[in-house]
Each structure stands twice: as C-alpha cells, then as structure tokens.
Design a protein around this ligand. Structure first.
Ligand SMILES: [Zn+2]
Length: 177
C-alpha cells in the first residue's frame, strides 16, 4: 500500500532540520561555538550527521536537544505527523497515512503539542494595565438564589460565568508612563 511516509525523503527532512536549526551554519548545542567538525553519520539513521565541537569537545548530531532526539520512528515520520497535524487531520487518519498504531500517534501528537506549547513565550503585560468593569460576586458561591437576586449588570456574570464577563467588558489598555 502506498503511504505518505514512503513518499517523503529522509535526507530532505534532515536537510530541513539543519537549515531551520542552524541558518548560519552548524554551531555547538552546548557552547554555541562554530568550530565544528563532522564526525560521520549515525549508525542507524544514515541521514543523520554527527559532529564534534572544537571548543568544548561535545559530541552531538542533527537532532541533539530537539524533540526528535532519541526516537524510535524515523525523522520523516515525525515531520509527516507534524505536517498532518497542521492540516487538522485526526489521529486515526494520521495513523492510516503513516502506517502507525493509533495509540502511537496519540502519544506523538501529544508530545509535539506539548513541545510547541513549551516553546511559546509567555504573554507579559508591561507598564500600567487597566482592567475595567469586571464584576465578581464574592460570597455567593454555591448560592444561586442569592446570585439571581442581584441586578442586571451582575446577571451578565451569571449567564456567562467569570470568563464571559471578563471577555465582554474587558478594556485592556497599556500606557508607557
Ligand atoms: Zn561546544
């Protein structure tokens, strides 16, 4: 059966990783030095280049310190999985396309999502941040009848919950002063 992974070139995947990782040439994953010597290819994955750092002596390869390091599946399977995730394809469909078990795909997609989430920088507000007109009814938790007695403006909070109130009434202003 023809599957997507049969159409994808493993060497091209490594090339892509190298270009994305080191757009200005390979540098040490430890000390960042550019004085790098190639040390042949990986014993199992022939497209994976190995290196040694001329400064600190670290041995590393194309995937060292990436989410793809130490994986059983070839790199092209991971890349294809990422690609299909980007198209909003279900785990079952990914499993079919890549001839994998659905449980394995579930594991892979979870780890990839987590890795992306970990990389995402935290949103940091700076300067003066105003948070206008957020109504929080304290002391009525678990007493819906009490809450219902409140006025119209609080009804908004009741119907949409705290998050709804924040979304509908938030004015988030920044000032440099
Ligand atoms: Zn180094």
């Amino acid at each position: 059966m023809l599957t997507l992974s049969k159409l994808i070139d493993e060497d091209k995947c490594y090339e892509t990783i190298r270009t994305m990782r080191w757009p200005d040439g390979v540098c040490c994953t430890d000390c960042g030095a550019k004085n790098i010597t190639k040390r042949g290819k990986h014993a199992t994955y022939s497209a994976r280049q190995r290196y040694i750092c001329g400064e600190c002596g670290r041995h590393f390869d194309d995937l060292t310190d990436t989410i793809f390091a130490g994986r059983h599946q070839p790199l092209k399977t991971w890349i294809a999985c990422l690609y299909l995730m980007g198209l909003n394809v279900s785990n079952q469909q990914i499993a079919d396309e890549l001839s994998l078990h659905k449980d394995d795909v579930h594991q892979m997609t979870s780890e990839l999502r987590q890795a992306v989430a970990d990389k995402r920088p935290e949103v940091q507000l700076s300067g003066t941040v105003e948070f206008d007109e957020v109504y929080v009814t304290a002391g009525h938790k678990g007493q819906p009848e009490q809450v219902k007695k409140k006025g119209a403006r609080d009804a908004d909070v009741n119907s949409k919950g705290f998050g709804g109130a924040v979304r509908s009434k938030r004015k988030n202003r920044r000032s440099s002063g």
